[in-house]
Ligand binder design. Sequence first.
Ligand SMILES: C[S@@+](CC[C@H](N)C(=O)[O-])C[C@H]1O[C@@H](n2cnc3c(N)ncnc32)[C@H](O)[C@@H]1O
Length: 252
Amino acid sequence: MRSDPTRPDARSVYVRDMFAQIAPRYDATNRVLTAGLDEGWRRRAIALLAPPRGGSILDLCCGTGDVVFHLKRADSSLRVTGVDFCSPMLQGARERAQHARYGDVAFVEGDVTALPFDDESFDGATMAFSMRNVVDIDGVLREVLRVLRPGARFVNLDVSKPRNALWRRLFGLYFYGVVPLVGGFVGGSRQAYAYLPSSLTHHPDGVQLRDRFARAGFEKAACVPLVGGAIAVHTGTKPVREVAAAGGTEAS
Ligand SMILES: C[S@@+](CC[C@H](N)C(=O)[O-])C[C@H]1O[C@@H](n2cnc3c(N)ncnc32)[C@H](O)[C@@H]1O
């Protein structure tokens, strides 16, 4: 975690301002850039979360609420909270929630490296297309573990790095070449859509990120590649503490 979470670092401020700039056209641009496939990837991520009925789920970096609304459509009994540090993105989410009349959804302004929630308050957590943007991945994983109840699962959906060299090259041409052009045209900011692909360059690949999940303390850390590894879903479960029969002490 950053030493002072109330004072965001320069990269976080840059990321927040960039999303504020593209917020009004964010959803439409996503659909164009992925030819609508992103909706299916979100549904797949939610299937891997397998949230318990009526459970309380946290969506980190919720943006305009896509994952939140997918969760509600998958199971209307879920109580879903989205958290994001970009106020115009949250505004879009709140308008969509009002329009669709979803109950039991809340949108909270906050930084995912210092989550504004109590320990062990959620039955599951999701994050989509955002881990590349956070400055401190290990800090986010620590925070997710803190707010999850023992046995609850975390599912992270994001762009990744295909292992096959030819597919990696072809995907790179699209991601680094076409995305900034089309994103600039449809999304209204070439600069923002040039930053997004570059956020992948120094991001861990699928295996490395899975190992970061395990090192952070998640059990059953796994990476499920989609689209030949261009997209990946990482999953991990918060360990259940065993309460010793005699004496009542807890062991991890
Ligand atoms: C690419 S959008 C993804 C939005 C949404 N999850 C989706 O699937 O469409 C990334 C979001 O992450 C948010 N974000 C980035 N870093 C953050 C941080 N440290 N704390 C909270 N939100 C953050 C941005 O404001 C933005 O809304």
